[in-house]
Write a protein that binds this ligand. Structure first.
Ligand SMILES: N[C@@H](CCC(=O)N[C@@H](CS)C(=O)NCC(=O)O)C(=O)O
Length: 320
């Protein structure tokens, strides 16, 4: 994993371990908003999304683009699954969609274009604005909120996945799920000490147990309606048995071993258009081959065999 310093890409190998071998996720840099009347107003054909199909954070934005029917309004580039010397890049390969906006070979060129002196990590997702030639936002949690409502006045599909009456509860669930699970798998997998690994894995499985109990009582994390919280959970759960269980050593149990979590995962996976956003080829090759310090051989396991088409029992719809 490389990074940029003063607008120049350095392919230095580092996951930048913090104290005691602990992984620390850096702050995201571009934090503007698409909103009517602002610098970045909602307009069809103006914005472009850069994603990796491997990345759970980018996956959120791809899901919201699909749920809100924004495919025709927001164009897309998909990186190569391997995060190599040049970091995220567009080397031609199955499932890669070249950069039709900036013609970049690697994503760091897009960051340099947005801010010539940029220093920091080069991450996906990135929401790009053609009109001003810059990055609007590269924080997935904020991008999905924008996609959820900013385009409603110009023809987005109906459906509010962050409805006002449920916001407090969604935020509370998100906070725990983010800390212990979405980011917890990385803290477990990138830990360079036994202590740091265990510090992540124990709360991670406590959260899975807590979620299992919740989803045994009610169909979705915040009650009867599906919300943003369910989708934020989904992008981690769909990767869990395939990569986090093996590659990141989060192996006390599989999602398959949790009846309600597994049913919830399949129910969301089976929403029309969502299975097409899940690419296990990119996911498995990315994780097992991009982190050489975790898996030096680069060998990718063949399994697991997951029956994701077995019908889920939950009817996924936002609050009416
Ligand atoms: N806070 C960001 C995190 C995104 C992120 O860390 N993406 C990973 C891929 S899963 C990445 O691009 N990592 C490259 C790097 O850190 O150098 C978000 O949620 O949008």
């Amino acid at each position: 994993m490389g990074r940029m310093v003063d607008g120049v890409w350095y392919a230095d190998e580092a996951s930048m371990p913090g104290a005691g071998g602990r992984f620390q996720r850096p702050e995201t840099r571009f934090r503007d908003r698409i909103a009517p009347g602002g610098r970045f107003p909602p307009e069809a054909g103006r914005y472009h999304l850069y994603v990796s199909l491997a990345c759970p954070w980018a996956h959120r934005t791809l899901i919201f683009r699909r749920l809100k029917g924004l495919e025709g309004m927001i164009s897309l580039s998909v990186t190569h699954w391997l995060m190599g010397e040049q970091g995220w890049n567009f080397a031609p390969s199955e499932g890669v969609v070249a950069d039709s906006v900036n013609g970049a070979q690697a994503l760091h060129e897009v960051y340099a274009k947005a801010e010539p002196g940029y220093s920091g990590r080069v991450t996906v997702p990135v929401l790009w604005d053609r009109a001003t030639g810059t990055i609007v936002n590269n924080e997935s949690a904020e991008i999905i909120r924008m996609l959820n409502h900013a385009f409603d006045g110009i023809g987005a599909a109906p459906g509010d996945w962050y409805p006002a009456p449920l916001r407090t509860e969604i935020d509370a669930v998100n906070e725990r799920v983010y800390a212990t699970l979405n980011n917890g798998v990385y803290r477990a997998g990138f830990a360079r000490s036994q202590e740091a690994h265990e510090e992540a894995v124990i709360p991670l499985f406590e959260t899975l147990d807590w979620l299992e109990a919740r989803l045994s009582r009610q169909p979705f994390l915040c009650g009867e309606a599906a919300t943003e919280a369910d989708w934020r959970l989904f992008t981690t759960l769909i990767r869990f048995d395939a990569v986090y269980h093996g590659h990141f050593k989060c192996n006390l149990r599989r999602i398959l071993d949790y009846p309600a979590l597994w049913d919830h995962t399949r129910s969301l996976y089976q929403v029309p258009g969502i299975a097409e956003t899940v690419d296990f080829g990119h996911i498995k090759r990315h994780y097992y081959q991009s982190h050489a310090w975790v898996n030096p051989s680069g060998v990718v396991p063949l399994g697991p065999m997951l029956d994701l088409d077995r019908p889920g029992s939950r009817t996924v719809a936002p609050l009416a």
